[in-house]
Structures are given as C-alpha cells and as structure tokens.
Design a protein around this ligand. Sequence first.
Ligand code: MTE
Ligand code: QUE
Ligand code: MOS
Length: 790
Amino acid sequence: MSNHYVETRTQAELEALFRQDLKTGVGRPIKHESGDKHTTGEAIYIDDRLEFPNQLHVYARMSDRAHARIISIDTSPCYAFDGVAIAITSKDVPGELDIGPVVAGDPLLAEGLVEYYGQPVIAVAADSLETARKAAMAAIIEYEDLEPILDVEEALEKEFYVLDPHQHKRGDAEAALAKAPNRIQGKLHIGGQEHFYLETQISSVMPTEDGGMLVFTSSQNPTEVQKLVASVLDVPMHKIVIDMRRMGGGFGGKETQAAGPACLCAVIARLTGRPTKMRLPRMEDMLVTGKRHPFFARYDIGFDDAGRLQGVKIDLAGNCGYSPDLSGSIVDRAMFHADNAYYLGDALITGYRCKTHTASNTAYRGFGGPQGMMAIEEIMDHIARTLGKDPLEVRKLNYYGKDERNVTHYYQTVEHNLMQEMTEELEGSCEYARRRAEVIEFNRNSPVLKKGLALTPVKFGISFTATFLNQAGALIHVYTDGSIHLNHGGTEMGQGLNTKVQQVVAEVFQVETDRIQITATNTDKVPNTSPTAASSGADLNGKAAFNAAMTIKQRLVEFAARHFNVTEEDVEFHNGQVRVRDQYLAFEALIELAYFNQVSLSCAGFYRTPKIFYDRDKAAGRPFYYYAFGLACCEVLVDTLTGEYKFLRTDILHDVGASLNPAVDIGQVEGAFVQGMGWLTTEELVWNDKGRLMTSGPASYKIPAVADMPIDFRVKLVENRKNPEDTVFHSKAVGEPPFMLGIGAWCAIKDAVASLGDYRIQPQIDAPATPERVLKGAQQIRAALKQSHA
Ligand code: MTE
Ligand code: QUE
Ligand code: MOS
C-alpha cells in the first residue's frame, strides 16, 4: 500500500469524466448543506454542544419598570441558594460597560437608571439555570419611578430622539405641492415585528490561557462580539476567539443583540474562572431584545389628473426604543426606500429617530426598507381611490422610466430597471385583468364576503449604506489528498450562504461540493468581518472565496504548465479532472504533485464592492451597487362583518439575476413573502400602559403557520436576466428583497374593504391588518356611505 495517490482509471475513462458537467456547481438546485441535519436533529446548535465541566448558567433579572431610577440593589439574598457562584451588577464589569454597536447607549447591565421593562439589571450564575433564576428573583431592587414615553407620536411631538433627524431632498417639494392639480394628506401607523428565530439568544464561553476567552455565540456579527467581549473585559481583541457554526435563524435579530449574552458570560467567566453559558428562555428573549422598528408615517403629496406624482413630503418616524443601536442606518434605509419603484418628483423625505422607553429596536429583514415602502404603497392606493382608478394603473404610471425620470431622490440613477418587463410578464401569467373583472363581479353579488386583489412591486437597494461595511474575506486550504477546507467571514442562519459559497468554490476548482468542507465562522481564521446582513452575505463572501480559489487555481495552472512543459492555456479543470494538453489526470493527483513541488495550497481572499460611494451630508451618491426587483399579486377573501380573511392565491415573480442555487433562492422568496405577510397581518405587538410587552410568547403573538399560506402559491424566478454588474457569477442578493412582497397581501385586504365604497374611499387600515383593524376599516367606509346618503 502506498500513501500516495494511485490512479486506477484509464486515460479514456478520465477523459470521459472530464467531458461531463459538474452536478453541484453554481446554478444547480442542490439542497442546503445542512438540510438533512436540520431535519434529523443532528445539526449542532450551541445548546446541543457537550457542556464543559464545571459550567455555570446565567440568568439576568430584568427591570419591571419602563423608566425608573435605581435606588438600591441588594444581591446578598441570591447567595442563599445552593449552587450560586456569583451575582453581578454593572459595577462588576471589569472594562467598558457600554456595548452600543455604533454609538454608546446600551449598558450591559443597567446603571442608576432603567429605560425599559425587560432591561437586564443584575445577572446571577449558578450550576443550573433554574437556581440562577430563583436566586436572581430573590435580589432586592428598589426603584423610583419616572414618567415613561411609550408612544412614537408623543416622542415626535416632544422631539425626544436617540439621534438627530436627517433629510433627503430634491427640487422644491413645497412649490410642487402648491401647484399640483390634486393634493392629499394621510397618516399611517406601521407595527413592529418580533424576530421569532427558533433558537433564542445564546452564548457559551470558555476561559483560555493568558486571560483569553473562546466564545461560542449565535451571532450574525462575530467580529463585533469579539470587539465587545474584549471591551467589557478590557483586553485586546487578539485574546478573544469567536466560533459560530450556525444560527437557528437570525433575521437581523442577532446582528447586534447577540452580544449581550456573550459579554455577560465572558464577564462571569473572567470573575469566576469557570466556563459559562447563557440561553434566554423565549419570554425573556422577547422582553429583553428589540424588534423591527414600528414607524409612524405622514405624507402630503401632489399629483396630476392621471395620478402621476409631482411632489411629495414624507415624514418617517421610527420608534427606536431606548437606545440608538442601528437606528441611524435603519431609518436611513427607510428613507432610501420611500420611493420604492416610483419616481417621486420633487421630494422632501425626513427621517426621525424617536426614543421611547421600550427595548431597543434593531435590524430585521429589510432593515427599515419595508417601513419606508409601506408609506409610498399606501400613497399609491390613496391616489387610486381618489381618482377612481385601478391601483395597478397608478403604480405603473409612476414607475421609474427613462432619462430624467430614472434618478432617485438621493441622486442614484436606476440602471437596468426590470420593473416594466417583469410587470408585463406577471400581469399576463397571473391573468390580472381577467381576475380583476371577476373580483368586481363577485363583489357586486356578495354584500358581506369581499374579494381583494393587489399587484405590488419591490425595488430594493443592495449594499450596506455604510459603505465601509461592503468588504469580506475568505480562507481556503487545499489538503494533499485534494480535499478542501473553506472558511469565510459570513454566517449561516438557514439562508443557505454556506451552500452557495461552497458551490462557488466547487465551480472554480471544478470539483463536487462534497469535496469541500464547510467550517464554523471563526475570528481567528478570517478577521475584521462585516455582519452577515443587508442581503449581501453571498455577494461579498462568495466573491472573497472566489478570489481565494482563483489564486490557488492560478498557482496550479502555472505549476502544471511549468511541470509538464505546456502553455497555461493547455491546462483546464473540468468535473474533477485536469486536462494538460492531451493528457488527463485527477484533481487530487495534480494537488499531490503540486505539494511535492512546493506549491502553496492555502490562500486568503478579499473583496470590496466597487463603484459605490455616498456622501451623507449631501444626501447624494450611489449607495447601492445594484437593485433587486420583484412583484407579487395577492388575492384575498375578507369577511367584512368580522374582519377575518383568507389568502386565496399569490403569484410572485422575483429577480435574483443568474441564480447561484434556484432551490435555495425559491425557499428564500417563499419564506420572505410569508414572513412579510405575517408582519402586516397577524403579528401584533401589544404593550400595556406601564410599557410591559404583553405579547411575550407564541400564545399571544401570532406568526404565520402552514394554514395561513395562500392556498395557491406560485413562485417564479426571472429567467435569462443575469446581473449586469460583475457580481459573483452575475447573481443577485435574495435574502431581504422578497420580504417586501408581503406588502401585496396588505394592499389586497385594503382593496377588498375599499370595494364597500365602490373603490372611491381609502380605508384607514394600519399595519398589522388584524381582523379588528380590517373590521374598523369596513365600518369606517359604511359610516361614510351612510353620511353621504343622509
Ligand atoms: N433565511 C433564513 N432561513 N434565516 C434567516 O435568519 N435572515 C434574512 C435572510 N434570510 C434569514 C434568512 C436576513 S435579515 C438577511 S440580511 C439575509 O438572509 C442574510 O443572509 P445573506 O446575506 O447570506 O442572504
Ligand atoms: C443595511 C444594513 C446595515 C447597514 C446599512 C444598510 C447593517 C449595519 C450597518 C452599520 C452601520 C454603521 C456601523 C455599523 C453597522 O449598516 O446591518 O457597525 O458603524 O450593521 O444599508 O443591513
Ligand atoms: Mo438582515 S436585517 O440585514 O440581518
């Protein structure tokens, strides 16, 4: 037996293999890399890891006041419980107390003041979670209550902000409004949304040598956790290693707010010298962590008699909760999407970051974009009802067009706009005109049950608007047996990022994906990474891995040309084999040969997005590398005496450029649509007048279930439209854009209710359109009709 690679196949057999195509390369609908493990339960999440000996469990006692001064904290009663190791307050944090991601504002434990019901005040570590919880509840905390502000409109009125207002401006909106033939105003409340990842926030920390820590965390942002753990411990970042294999869902909720549990564990591990774990029970997770920002929007718009916008003034007030977190960028993204797919004319968009005494709201799929789009989609419906037109006609009339009608209110030109052709395609394939006529006919003969139909577009800007974040790294090793180790700075949260990056590397080396081992995201392999967010995980990390793989491949090509005395053009990789002029050898044979000839088989790759720039002071530039487009047509049946509804059918046409993996992408589109529909229909967050979140579990907070899906659900990806920009294999990002297709569901409900007033009255149906709100909208129209008949 030899340890060396021995070829047993003939040249003819190798050549035949060479001529076949790769089965798992780019563009193939292969299943998720962990799909089997997800379904059998073999996928390892942090809570599934073997526990370290002598490990502590942490429970944080939360504030039960929305706004209060802390008079005193007595933790001595905690120590009466057997198994309690330590009870800490803000004073025990050795380094920096604040863990705010961009600017300060988030103390790890409250100091002197609590600013929301649910804010962690003390943390207790014990040998079981149950003991830690009982002990934490025994501590004595005295408060002096202060007046909380809980309402976003009140905060706006009082100019109670976490950050300053900001504007996007084009032309003279006031003058355009004054001379427009039609002018209307309106208001809209848009609800928040709980992330409801299946795996709650969790971290497990092991103290290592030299004051270091090995941190397992369920985070979209390992580098930021590394930085914050180092900062609360007052050690350099090089002491801290973050390991992140997978999350049981993130959806933006683990972009900043995974850091809290990791930092608390690290502080306790430092103080006790023991390994430490913290996993938030569902209710604690829902009380402590922030959600999607609720928004209050108001508008004043002018349009011509056809329904074409001439000028808009839109105020977008985000309810940020008690601290800034990422609210600066989130409200910015809402403002960037206040146009959605439409040319606004002269525009003044103002974003407010309102402070309330609630948990600090954070990233959530779409990152403010969905809330910004809700305002303009409400405006489209409002124009249609005012003029008595089909809302789709008004939408199409306002689409970005050619020449001067293709520049956004932040001065980016909308290039390669697919909206018009995609609308034509979906209108045809979903038979919009025929079904519109049928819906009108049905409603004429049905006084109580009403059908609604809506076809709504999505245009979503791809890139972090904080331009520096658009960078990524990767690390590839090829071992001497031809197996490949792949690491990159992105994180897997179920979205299929690892599968896609694996396919990219498979394509470059022309080997099947089973030869490529995916490994945990790790800060000591790829440093200084951006969060996996803004839908750009595959765009950025796919390119970084592509660059690393291409470098190794080029070394192999140069080596083979030299070694076999041929030209570089004579060396070709295909389907696991390498052709060297007219000779064939297996990929692993070439790798072994390269190793013996001292060729480096490991490489780090880097990528930065080209072309983008943005000057926030001027509110102008090209913040987005490109746009992703999508459309949904939703049909609903509403009972206008109860407000209940059922979605009958949804047709989606969505643009992912040249798909890296159509199976994963269709899964993303379906999941995002249903999550967006849930946001705008059944997912209602309710706080009481003391600022306590009353919907703190699945019994009172209703996410969509299988039976809430449209009965007939048809999802199609745009064909033959690769991304014209030089993205990884000309694909487009998919993670967030289809979330906003859910707006079609909300518009369909409003369409059904508007039929009560012969489509001439716009019902006020704030989001989420729960049955109660739908019923109120129906009653509003019935009352208006009664008044006009009297
Ligand atoms: N899909 C699953 N299954 N789970 C998730 O947590 N997060 C979404 C989206 N799709 C998410 C998901 C969000 S908020 C983003 S920004 C993207 O995935 C991030 O991954 P990507 O950039 O690799 O697409
Ligand atoms: C979309 C995003 C993010 C974003 C901008 C987007 C995001 C994010 C940040 C951000 C901004 C400034 C920082 C920082 C992060 O901006 O997720 O650390 O200093 O974290 O358009 O998803
Ligand atoms: Mo997604 S909200 O950008 O994590």
